[in-house]
Design a protein around this ligand. Structure first.
Ligand code: HEC
Length: 163
Protein backbone atom coordinates (compact mmCIF):
# COMPACT_ATOMS: atom_id res chain seq x y z
CA UNK A 1 0.00 0.00 0.00
CA UNK A 2 1.20 3.50 -0.83
CA UNK A 3 1.08 6.05 1.95
CA UNK A 4 -0.77 9.35 1.46
CA UNK A 5 2.46 11.21 0.87
CA UNK A 6 3.52 8.80 -1.87
CA UNK A 7 0.13 8.97 -3.52
CA UNK A 8 0.29 12.75 -3.65
CA UNK A 9 3.81 12.64 -5.09
CA UNK A 10 2.63 10.21 -7.75
CA UNK A 11 -0.34 12.40 -8.68
CA UNK A 12 2.00 15.38 -8.90
CA UNK A 13 4.32 13.50 -11.25
CA UNK A 14 1.53 12.39 -13.54
CA UNK A 15 0.20 15.96 -13.69
CA UNK A 16 3.67 17.31 -14.51
CA UNK A 17 4.11 14.82 -17.35
CA UNK A 18 0.70 15.76 -18.73
CA UNK A 19 1.52 19.47 -18.61
CA UNK A 20 4.90 18.87 -20.22
CA UNK A 21 3.31 16.99 -23.09
CA UNK A 22 0.76 19.74 -23.61
CA UNK A 23 3.38 22.47 -23.59
CA UNK A 24 5.63 20.50 -25.91
CA UNK A 25 2.83 20.31 -28.47
CA UNK A 26 2.24 24.05 -28.27
CA UNK A 27 5.90 24.90 -28.60
CA UNK A 28 6.34 22.68 -31.65
CA UNK A 29 3.66 24.67 -33.47
CA UNK A 30 4.98 28.05 -32.39
CA UNK A 31 8.42 27.09 -33.77
CA UNK A 32 7.05 26.88 -37.33
CA UNK A 33 7.80 30.39 -38.39
CA UNK A 34 6.25 31.67 -41.59
CA UNK A 35 9.40 31.86 -43.65
CA UNK A 36 10.26 28.24 -42.87
CA UNK A 37 6.75 27.10 -43.75
CA UNK A 38 7.03 28.95 -47.06
CA UNK A 39 10.42 27.35 -47.84
CA UNK A 40 9.00 23.95 -46.90
CA UNK A 41 5.88 24.25 -49.04
CA UNK A 42 7.84 25.50 -52.06
CA UNK A 43 9.92 22.34 -51.74
CA UNK A 44 6.78 20.22 -51.57
CA UNK A 45 5.63 21.89 -54.81
CA UNK A 46 9.03 21.23 -56.43
CA UNK A 47 8.65 17.59 -55.41
CA UNK A 48 5.21 17.43 -57.02
CA UNK A 49 6.69 19.01 -60.15
CA UNK A 50 9.49 16.42 -60.23
CA UNK A 51 6.98 13.56 -60.07
CA UNK A 52 4.80 14.94 -62.84
CA UNK A 53 7.87 15.55 -65.01
CA UNK A 54 8.96 11.94 -64.56
CA UNK A 55 5.49 10.72 -65.54
CA UNK A 56 5.45 13.05 -68.56
CA UNK A 57 8.73 11.56 -69.79
CA UNK A 58 7.11 8.13 -69.74
CA UNK A 59 3.95 9.43 -71.45
CA UNK A 60 6.04 11.02 -74.22
CA UNK A 61 7.96 7.78 -74.72
CA UNK A 62 11.29 9.35 -73.75
CA UNK A 63 11.85 6.57 -71.21
CA UNK A 64 10.17 3.19 -70.88
CA UNK A 65 9.63 3.26 -67.10
CA UNK A 66 5.85 2.82 -67.19
CA UNK A 67 6.21 0.65 -64.10
CA UNK A 68 7.26 3.73 -62.10
CA UNK A 69 4.21 5.83 -62.89
CA UNK A 70 2.01 4.50 -60.09
CA UNK A 71 4.64 5.27 -57.43
CA UNK A 72 5.13 8.81 -58.76
CA UNK A 73 1.37 9.38 -58.94
CA UNK A 74 0.85 8.08 -55.40
CA UNK A 75 3.58 10.42 -54.14
CA UNK A 76 1.70 13.34 -55.74
CA UNK A 77 -1.57 12.22 -54.17
CA UNK A 78 0.12 12.09 -50.76
CA UNK A 79 1.62 15.55 -51.25
CA UNK A 80 -1.79 16.89 -52.29
CA UNK A 81 -3.21 15.71 -48.94
CA UNK A 82 -0.84 17.95 -46.99
CA UNK A 83 -1.22 21.08 -49.15
CA UNK A 84 -3.85 22.79 -46.93
CA UNK A 85 -1.62 22.33 -43.86
CA UNK A 86 1.19 24.20 -45.64
CA UNK A 87 -0.78 27.43 -45.91
CA UNK A 88 -1.34 28.72 -42.39
CA UNK A 89 -2.73 32.26 -42.07
CA UNK A 90 -0.07 34.96 -42.17
CA UNK A 91 2.04 33.27 -44.90
CA UNK A 92 0.63 35.08 -47.93
CA UNK A 93 2.33 37.64 -50.15
CA UNK A 94 3.94 40.43 -48.16
CA UNK A 95 3.12 38.87 -44.79
CA UNK A 96 6.13 36.80 -43.75
CA UNK A 97 9.07 38.88 -44.98
CA UNK A 98 10.10 36.42 -47.70
CA UNK A 99 8.96 36.11 -51.32
CA UNK A 100 5.99 33.85 -51.88
CA UNK A 101 3.56 33.43 -54.74
CA UNK A 102 0.66 32.61 -52.44
CA UNK A 103 -2.19 35.06 -53.15
CA UNK A 104 -4.41 36.50 -50.42
CA UNK A 105 -7.35 34.82 -52.26
CA UNK A 106 -6.28 31.52 -50.66
CA UNK A 107 -7.53 32.65 -47.26
CA UNK A 108 -10.50 34.62 -48.66
CA UNK A 109 -11.76 31.55 -50.48
CA UNK A 110 -10.34 28.75 -48.34
CA UNK A 111 -12.98 26.14 -49.25
CA UNK A 112 -12.24 26.53 -52.94
CA UNK A 113 -8.49 26.25 -52.24
CA UNK A 114 -8.99 23.09 -50.16
CA UNK A 115 -11.22 21.66 -52.92
CA UNK A 116 -8.49 22.32 -55.50
CA UNK A 117 -6.04 20.31 -53.36
CA UNK A 118 -8.63 17.50 -53.03
CA UNK A 119 -9.06 17.50 -56.79
CA UNK A 120 -5.32 16.99 -57.31
CA UNK A 121 -5.43 14.15 -54.80
CA UNK A 122 -8.35 12.51 -56.67
CA UNK A 123 -6.78 12.92 -60.15
CA UNK A 124 -3.38 11.66 -59.00
CA UNK A 125 -4.99 8.66 -57.26
CA UNK A 126 -6.82 7.87 -60.50
CA UNK A 127 -3.54 8.13 -62.42
CA UNK A 128 -1.96 5.60 -60.04
CA UNK A 129 -4.87 3.23 -60.81
CA UNK A 130 -4.68 3.78 -64.57
CA UNK A 131 -0.90 3.22 -64.45
CA UNK A 132 -1.47 -0.30 -63.16
CA UNK A 133 -2.71 -1.23 -66.66
CA UNK A 134 0.63 -0.19 -68.18
CA UNK A 135 -1.10 1.53 -71.16
CA UNK A 136 1.02 4.58 -71.99
CA UNK A 137 -1.81 6.22 -73.96
CA UNK A 138 -4.18 5.96 -70.99
CA UNK A 139 -1.45 7.27 -68.69
CA UNK A 140 -1.02 10.29 -70.98
CA UNK A 141 -4.75 11.04 -70.97
CA UNK A 142 -5.03 10.93 -67.18
CA UNK A 143 -1.80 12.93 -66.89
CA UNK A 144 -3.65 15.71 -68.73
CA UNK A 145 -6.29 15.69 -65.99
CA UNK A 146 -3.60 15.94 -63.31
CA UNK A 147 -2.08 18.90 -65.18
CA UNK A 148 -5.48 20.61 -65.19
CA UNK A 149 -5.68 20.09 -61.43
CA UNK A 150 -2.40 22.05 -61.03
CA UNK A 151 -3.71 24.88 -63.19
CA UNK A 152 -7.06 24.81 -61.40
CA UNK A 153 -5.28 25.95 -58.26
CA UNK A 154 -2.43 28.04 -59.69
CA UNK A 155 -4.71 30.25 -61.78
CA UNK A 156 -6.79 31.64 -58.94
CA UNK A 157 -4.32 31.26 -56.08
CA UNK A 158 -0.72 31.71 -57.29
CA UNK A 159 0.94 34.82 -58.67
CA UNK A 160 3.38 34.17 -61.45
CA UNK A 161 6.96 35.27 -61.07
CA UNK A 162 7.73 38.24 -63.31
CA UNK A 163 10.36 36.74 -65.63
C1 HEC B 1 -4.39 23.58 -54.07
C2 HEC B 1 -3.48 24.44 -54.77
C3 HEC B 1 -2.34 23.93 -55.59
C4 HEC B 1 -2.27 22.78 -56.36
C5 HEC B 1 -3.34 21.72 -56.57
C6 HEC B 1 -0.96 22.78 -56.96
N1 HEC B 1 -0.25 23.89 -56.57
FE1 HEC B 1 1.68 24.34 -57.09
N2 HEC B 1 1.56 26.03 -55.98
C7 HEC B 1 0.47 26.50 -55.29
C8 HEC B 1 0.77 27.76 -54.65
C9 HEC B 1 -0.18 28.59 -53.82
C10 HEC B 1 2.12 28.04 -54.94
C11 HEC B 1 2.95 29.23 -54.44
C12 HEC B 1 3.64 28.80 -53.13
C13 HEC B 1 4.56 29.86 -52.56
O1 HEC B 1 5.27 30.56 -53.33
O2 HEC B 1 4.60 29.98 -51.33
C14 HEC B 1 2.58 26.94 -55.79
C15 HEC B 1 3.88 26.84 -56.30
C16 HEC B 1 4.31 25.86 -57.17
C17 HEC B 1 5.64 25.79 -57.74
C18 HEC B 1 6.77 26.77 -57.45
C19 HEC B 1 7.56 26.31 -56.23
C20 HEC B 1 8.73 27.23 -55.93
O3 HEC B 1 9.87 26.84 -56.18
O4 HEC B 1 8.50 28.36 -55.45
C21 HEC B 1 5.68 24.69 -58.54
C22 HEC B 1 6.87 24.20 -59.36
C23 HEC B 1 4.37 24.08 -58.49
N3 HEC B 1 3.55 24.80 -57.64
C24 HEC B 1 4.01 22.93 -59.19
C25 HEC B 1 2.76 22.31 -59.10
C26 HEC B 1 2.36 21.17 -59.90
C27 HEC B 1 3.23 20.50 -60.95
C28 HEC B 1 1.08 20.86 -59.52
C29 HEC B 1 0.19 19.75 -60.00
C30 HEC B 1 0.72 18.42 -60.14
C31 HEC B 1 0.70 21.80 -58.48
N4 HEC B 1 1.74 22.67 -58.27
C32 HEC B 1 -0.51 21.79 -57.84
C33 HEC B 1 -0.75 25.86 -55.20
C34 HEC B 1 -1.07 24.63 -55.77
Amino acid sequence: MLGRKHKLALIGMVAAIGLGAGLGGGLAQAADDGKNVIAYRQNVMKGIAAHITQIAMVAKGEVSFAGHVAANATAMANAAKIIPELFPKGTGEGEAGVPTEAKAEIWKDWDKFAAAAKNLEAQATKLAEVAGGGDVGAIGAQLGEVGKACGGCHEPFRTKKPE
